[in-house]
Design a protein. Structure first.
Length: 318
């Protein structure tokens, strides 16, 4: 989406990772890496965005994404306002823009938006004043760009050579914005072997995820991979899908220690959370030595700091 950029080529909005240039992705990951600290150490803080205001506008539930955007903004010295809005879908589009204009009048510089409807971040981006940036914090099943970046950062910390990696994304691919943003970022970073693993009803359309191999068997999908990325079953995005119940799903697609043994011995296990333990992942795996799930959460703040810095840097100097 070329409208993510300003006329001078700098990043203004972050709505999708699709066709984001590799050097920009690498720069954001490099910057974020410089902001990661071991647990127990104080995270870096600065006044780089002092005087800027970031608004979190969430119409879908969120814990990690909302809190980490808030902490990221605060650790850069920005002011933060949080709005958790319950909007009926009938009036949603209009109400969302009215809320956005209100925030704009209050001198908000960046709007962080999560919404269940496709196209909302792009619509807002098309209607805000030129100095305002829009960052998607999750758009329907379509995109979750900062999650994609934090997933790439997490992989890079353990497996820096993307061109040698086998990555399996497992579970409800069809309804997952996390999977779509992962597909975009891993593709751009040149991952050698990207697999999607799902029961047939949770596979995406054949036109999507081009270049990935598709596996309906978890055993074949996990064979020899370096990274296993598990996904939550998105029941809230399923209208008429006849899904096996939790026990049956776990029997075929749950990540157990035995199944993880099919991956490489040094494989890492990821999950964006919230997790359904005992449905898509066994607790022994989620809390086990190969799990990097808590690293993902920590990396989320660093990535969001890097992104906020990138889109608001011109303002900080202004
Ligand atoms: C994900 C989301 O909301 O898309 N969670 C997150 O942001 N960490 C994944 C999910 O809800 O399953």
């Amino acid at each position: 989406m070329s409208t993510q950029f300003r006329a001078d080529g700098s990043l203004r909005h972050l709505i999708t990772l699709e066709s984001l240039p590799r050097p920009l992705i690498e720069r954001l990951l490099e910057r974020a890496q410089g902001l990661v600290r071991p647990l127990g150490e104080r995270p870096p803080v600065s006044r780089a965005l002092a005087g800027c205001t970031v608004a979190n506008l969430f119409t879908e539930p969120s814990t990690r994404t909302r809190v980490s955007f808030e902490l990221a903004a605060k650790r850069l010295g920005a002011d933060v306002v949080n709005l958790e809005v319950q909007l009926s879908s009938r009036v949603k589009g209009e109400s969302m823009l009215d809320t956005v204009y209100t925030l704009q009048s209050l001198h908000v510089d960046a709007l962080v938006i999560r919404d269940a409807e496709t196209g909302v971040p792009a619509t807002v981006a098309a209607n805000v004043a030129p100095h305002v940036s829009v960052l998607s914090a999750g758009e329907a099943h379509v995109a979750h760009p900062t999650q994609g970046l934090l997933d790439a950062l997490t992989v890079r910390q353990y497996k820096p050579r993307f061109d040698r990696l086998s990555i399996a994304i497992v579970g409800d691919i069809r309804h997952s914005r996390v999977a779509r943003s992962a597909f975009h970022v891993f593709g751009t970073l040149g991952v050698a072997d990207l697999r999607i693993v799902a029961p047939p009803v949770l596979m995406p359309e054949p036109t999507e995820f081009s270049g990935c191999t598709r596996h309906t068997s978890l055993e074949s999908g996990l064979d020899g991979v370096d990274v296993v990325m598990m996904l939550r079953i998105q029941k809230e995005r399923m209208a008429q899908i006849d899904l096996p119940d939790g026990d049956r799903y776990y029997a075929s697609y749950g990540l157990t220690p035995e199944r993880l043994a099919l991956a490489r011995p040094d494989a890492i296990v990821m999950h964006p959370q919230p997790m359904n333990r005992g449905i898509e992942i066994a607790s022994e795996v989620a809390d086990g030595p190969r799990s990097v799930i808590r690293d993902q959460v920590r990396n989320g703040v660093a990535v969001r700091m890097a992104v906020l810095n990138e889109v608001l840097a011109w303002r900080a100097g202004a």
